[in-house]
Design a protein around this ligand. Structure first.
Ligand SMILES: [Fe+2]
Length: 138
């Protein structure tokens, strides 16, 4: 189950597609861990996955925004706003987890799984696909 890379997700720019593949890989690791440990991820593993995702998402958004600027992409300001929102959502949901507000390990895994898969789809399919046709820098 979960999300896998599909050609329809391509924005047509290799660096960005590669980043998205990497984000998908991190969330797939999460999905795999959830499924292979009878539906629950322990705190240590959860923290490792979440901090990896938080770090990588920031790097990726930054790279994407710089590329958009270099390409004079007209949606740059709007995309930047979306990135700020997505970063905040990820941080807020992670905080709910670390504060113990998502319940038992099993319930936290289910809620986190729903959140992460939706978060990724919102980013790649709703925000980034608008970049199609932007071309590359230079
Ligand atoms: Fe992206």
């Amino acid at each position: 189950m979960g999300i896998t890379w599909r050609q329809q997700m391509s924005v047509g720019i290799k660096e960005i597609d590669d980043d998205h593949r990497q984000l998908i890989a991190i969330i797939s690791d999460f999905n795999f861990a959830a499924e292979s440990r009878s539906g629950q991820i322990d705190e240590g593993n959860m923290r490792v996955i979440l901090s990896k995702l938080q770090r990588y998402a920031r790097e990726h958004f930054d790279r994407e925004e710089k590329l958009q600027l270099a390409c004079n992409y007209p949606g740059h300001a709007e995309n930047k706003k979306q990135h700020e929102l997505l970063t905040r959502q990820l941080d807020d949901f992670t905080r709910l987890y670390t504060d113990g507000k998502l319940g038992s390990a099993k319930s936290a895994t289910i809620l986190m799984s729903k959140f992460l898969n939706r978060w990724l789809v919102d980013h790649i399919l709703k925000v980034d696909l608008k970049m199609r046709g932007m071309g590359g820098p230079g």
